[in-house]
Design a protein around this ligand. Structure first.
Ligand code: PLP
Length: 287
């Protein structure tokens, strides 16, 4: 099937889509991105992702490439042209194209926008979730502004590769105090020995996951005990359950940490239920 990408104002064939060699995203990782899950051809958790996108842009003083209404239309068109019913839509905004210089272009140039959409096999994802997945731990090596969804993802890419080489799907960053910060592309959770859901607070140097925020609502509605407190690797290994959240993984049960089984070494009832409840809510509220 032909795929299409949106590049700076027009849709082009995915295979021919290209950006300028002096795009600051390409040369300096001077840009931000967002990823929405797509359910039934619609954007999941739309508001949360738009709000975080504007914030990431504002924190880096990159101009908004278009307003929300226009962006919603273009994202919808990317989904439609790529015939995505279930999948992901990716948006990247860089500071634009300018002669290479670390400081911002003066006068400013228009931000550069790329959008792609791809299908996900939900049945295969469900089968993967039913089996659960492993994580490995790696030292936290990222900058101190992980709240910005920057395209500068080299530590995340290295961590993910380390996970793959060790047979795991995700890597958890661990700070100098031995506390898990988050995953390379997800937020990290456990059900601790007392049966309390635990995830790191968003004052810490982590990305404020949109899936995490929606899941907090789901947890509140379900009346489950939850605490926004960090946990150590030892606590994760001794936990009843563990899981990760993100637009790609949704809510994915974690069954091992550095090769040690979590709980019974199979997806736990809490994570399994929360995955179902999250997907129901995200599907029902997608726009
Ligand atoms: N943390 C990191 C580092 C991420 O890259 C992501 C998603 O890509 C997340 C957390 C989860 O965020 P969200 O739930 O908004 O997808």
């Amino acid at each position: 099937m032909s795929r299409y990408a949106y590049v700076n104002g027009r849709f082009v064939r995915h295979g021919q889509a290209a950006v300028h060699i002096e795009d600051r995203g390409y040369q300096l990782a001077d840009g931000v991105y967002e990823v929405w899950a797509v359910f039934d051809g619609k954007l999941a958790d739309a508001d949360g992702h738009f709000t975080r996108l504007w914030r990431s842009l504002d924190e880096l003083r990159i101009a908004h490439p278009m307003g929300r209404a226009a962006l919603t239309l273009v994202l919808g068109e990317a989904i439609r042209r790529n015939k995505v019913r279930e999948g992901l839509v990716y948006l990247q905004v860089s500071r634009g194209v300018a002669r290479r210089d670390h400081a911002f272009p003066d006068p400013p140039v228009p931000p550069a926008v790329v959008i792609t959409a791809k299908s996900v096999d939900r049945a295969a994802a469900e089968a993967k979730a039913a089996k659960g997945a492993g994580v490995v731990t790696v030292p936290e090596t990222r900058w101190s502004r992980c709240d910005i969804k920057s395209i500068g993802l080299l530590p995340n890419a290295l961590a993910k590769q380390a996970a793959r080489e060790r047979g795991a799907v995700e890597a958890w960053f661990v700070d100098e105090l031995g506390l898990v910060t988050e995953g390379a592309s997800s937020n990290a959770w456990i059900v601790d020995a007392d049966g309390v859901l635990r995830t790191r607070d968003t004052q810490a140097n982590i990305l404020r996951g949109v899936t995490r925020t929606t899941l907090m609502q789901v947890i509140g509605e379900a009346g489950l005990p939850v605490s926004e407190r960090p946990f150590t690797v030892a606590e994760a290994k001794a936990a009843k359950e563990a899981f990760i959240t993100g637009a790609g993984s949704l809510v994915l049960p974690i069954v091992s940490v550095d090769g040690a089984p979590v709980g019974d070494g199979v997806p736990g009832p809490r994570a399994t239920r929360l995955r179902r409840l999250y997907i129901e809510k995200a599907r029902a509220t997608a726009i």
